[in-house]
Design a protein around this ligand. Structure first.
Ligand SMILES: [Fe+2]
Length: 366
């Protein structure tokens, strides 16, 4: 039998004499009791202070015990309710059990019986709470494990991207630099941390679809033919397809992978999205990606000077690039002599915590 110590209990009965009997009994067992003369009064008291145990008569004026029980179950489902009934009301008592009361006592009651029922009800309540707690923890742990497995898969893909880039001196360090530029632009724009994290994630994996592009084409020294260019430009779609199962909860990061070659004027790849159709997260990464590509040597051209690349960004405002993100880039890197940045160290990828503002692509007004 549990020691209730100072467990709080509310006794509800319109007959003060019966209330007193119950209160005396319970206080004798160490409970701290409060009393209400009606269902309405009981609800008012519960609104001010919740209690683990309510013992309520069934027949009362205004709101009867059944009405009170319904309200308690709806509002405070963790409260244990015992109803007190007349022998003739056993059917009502059974209905109360079906509604969620933990037990009932029939009048005239024996004090030992009430004592035993109260202890049983508190035991049931404790077990129910422990079970809920266990379920909740289990669900959380399963979710954490599932997320960790997804992160491990992402880390493998990240390693693959870097391996692919390392093989090619022209693209070495590209993704990690793009992630670095993108993160700093996003911070400069004052975007929430959750959005910054999505941008970092999407930026680092943006070119993952190049896994599906022929290496011969990818590393071709010289200008690409039209079909070769079209083949290379399939990489955003391939990348989105690879990552879709792992990024169900981060559609904005997936949008970065699919749409990082879109342009504001609608002349980009692969969907020809224009202006507002391109999520803000994508617009940020597009600038970082373009700047890093321009300032890197390519098989078919030397690297552009930083000055020239910055000029390209300026000139591409509102046709290719989102002007506020270009401004943020310039503000984040005010010293052009410090550009291009050196390649940062690779950090393990993390999926951002789930929340409404990380699980959708932002509209441009965000
Ligand atoms: Fe790309």
């Amino acid at each position: 039998m549990p020691q209730p110590n100072s467990v709080k209990c509310l006794v509800v009965d319109d007959e003060p004499r019966l209330r007193r009997v119950l209160v005396r009994l319970l206080e004798g067992e160490g409970f701290t009791c409060s009393e209400a003369g009606s269902g309405v009064e009981a609800l008012e008291m519960l609104h001010h202070e919740q209690v683990p145990l309510v013992i309520s008569d069934l027949r009362m004026p205004q709101m009867d015990g059944v009405g009170l029980l319904r309200e308690i179950i709806a509002k405070w489902p963790d409260t244990a309710v015992i109803v007190v009934t007349a022998v003739a009301e056993v059917e009502s008592a059974v209905a109360c059990l079906q509604l969620g009361a933990l037990d009932y006592v029939a009048k005239p009651f024996h004090l030992d019986e009430v004592r035993a029922r109260v202890m049983q009800a508190l035991d049931k309540r404790r077990l129910k709470l422990e079970l809920e707690d266990y379920r909740h923890n289990l669900e959380r742990r399963v979710q954490e494990q599932a997320r960790r497995i997804e992160e491990l898969s992402l880390e493998r893909l990240q390693a693959l991207v870097h391996f692919l880039e390392e093989k090619d001196p022209y693209t070495r360090g590209h993704s990690v630099r793009v992630a670095n530029y993108s993160t700093r632009i996003a911070r400069e724009m004052g975007l929430p941390q959750s959005v910054v994290e999505v941008i970092t994630l999407g930026a680092e994996l943006h070119d993952i679809g190049k896994i599906g592009v022929s290496e011969q084409v990818l590393h071709k020294a010289g200008k690409l033919s039209e079909p070769e260019y079209r083949h290379i430009m399939e990489h955003p779609v391939i990348g989105a397809r690879i990552l879709a199962p792992l990024m169900r909860d981060v559609p904005a990061a997936l949008a970065i992978v699919r749409s990082h070659h879109e342009r504001l004027d609608g002349r980009g790849f692969p969907d020809g999205l224009a202006s507002d159709q391109i999520p803000l997260e994508v617009r940020v990464v597009t600038i970082a990606d373009s700047f890093d590509a321009m300032t890197s040597v390519r098989p078919y051209r030397p690297a552009l000077s930083v000055q020239k690349a910055l000029q390209e960004l300026e000139e591409g405002k509102d046709t290719q690039f989102h002007a506020p993100a270009v401004e943020a880039f310039l503000a984040a890197f005010p010293d052009a002599t410090a550009l291009p940045v050196s390649t940062p160290e690779i950090q393990p990828l993390h999926l951002p915590a789930l929340s409404p503002d990380t699980t959708r692509a932002s509209s441009p007004s965000d």
